[in-house]
Ligand binder design. Structure first.
Ligand code: ES4
Ligand code: ZN
Length: 319
């Protein structure tokens, strides 16, 4: 039996497996810049965050219709439940789809239909989080968020992702004010490639409830004290950090140190189709090379549910 956990850091666009990319491209008559599936697979070697994002954004254009989003979501949930996931808080990048001419309604409705199907088939509970691109103007993010809220598209929260360095959280303070005022949950990627200062900004200026990645907090003792005192959740993705070279090797990953410091960490898969595995593979990376024991694994699983946006009664059911 796989360890039952909540998946809190997962990008829908990062769950498209090469087979699915080729299948949807053929169905939608989309020309991809690859000669074959082998050619595509040969490109999954990254030097940093940007080199990965370039491939991610090229491939996601195969998602064209509401049914495509539903199919991709269900395919992900099948892999997720096999890897131990019982609850998922799914990220998607609305800008990646709206800028290609798709409507918010078809994107969100397709994902929601997929989530509903996953709950029916495998009992996976879910939340949906719209992530904004930090490399795009904050005014675009605010406009899109206002549309999401005014047109009542069913999202549960917002996040911030894409290229980190040079795009500090402070740029997005107004977007987050608006989201909180409208009852949305708020999270942000920070401290993946970017400095610890971006984590401070996400906490103080965006007032986020969780930090995605956050591994560079270990460089700042005052910040670690704050994160421990407030038990701010950090959604850590070991295989992502290795593949994007945020750490030198899995052996150098700070997860054991973070647990020892009393940080509220949990393990997640980020973009599993690109980084070599789903939840179980990320947990396995924490067990073997990082040497976590059974008590530490149980702690990670408990943290994942506790850090979720589930209501207390449902959380208790999982804990
Ligand atoms: C992402 Cl690993 C990572 N970092 C930032 N933005 C992202 N979008 C998808 N994966
Ligand atoms: Zn991420």
């Amino acid at each position: 039996m796989k360890l039952p956990v909540a998946e809190l850091h997962i990008h829908l666009e990062g769950t498209l497996e090469p087979d699915m990319i080729m299948e949807l491209a053929a169905k939608n008559s989309i020309e991809l810049p690859y000669e074959s599936i082998e050619d595509l697979k040969a490109r999954y070697s990254f030097t940093n965050l940007q080199s990965f994002l370039d491939l991610l954004y090229t491939n996601l254009i195969v998602l064209r219709t509401s049914e495509d989003f539903q199919q991709a979501t269900v395919a992900y949930l099948e892999n997720a439940q096999r890897s131990g996931v019982r609850h998922v808080e799914l990220f998607f990048d609305p800008q990646a789809h709206v800028e290609r001419g798709l409507s918010l309604a078809e994107v969100v409705a397709g994902i929601r239909a997929g989530l509903a199907e996953g709950e029916e088939r495998w009992g996976i509970t879910h939340k949906l989080i719209a992530c904004f691109w930090r490399h795009a103007p904050a005014s675009d993010a605010l406009e899109l968020l206002q549309t999401l809220v005014e047109e009542k598209h069913p999202i549960d929260g917002i996040g911030l992702d894409s290229s980190e360095i040079g795009f500090p959280p402070s740029l997005f303070a107004k977007v987050y004010d608006y989201a909180r005022e409208h009852g949305l949950h708020v999270v942000a990627h920070a401290g993946e490639e970017g400095p610890a200062d971006y984590i401070w900004q996400a906490l103080d200026l965006l007032k986020v409830e969780r930090i995605d990645h956050g591994i560079r907090c270990v460089e700042d003792r005052t910040l670690v004290r704050r994160l421990v005192a407030e038990q701010i959740p950090l959604t850590v993705c070991p295989l992502s950090n290795v593949r994007l070279r945020a750490v030198d090797s899995i052996h150098a990953h700070p997860l054991p140190q973070m647990l020892e410091m009393g940080l509220n960490v949990s393990v997640h898969s980020d973009d599993p189709a690109y980084f070599g595995g789903y939840m179980d593979a990320n947990i396995a990376a924490a067990i073997k090379p990082l040497g976590l024991n059974a008590a530490q694994l149980a702690q990670l699983a408990r943290n994942s549910f506790n850090s979720s946006f589930l209501d207390e009664a449902t959380k208790q059911k999982y804990l």
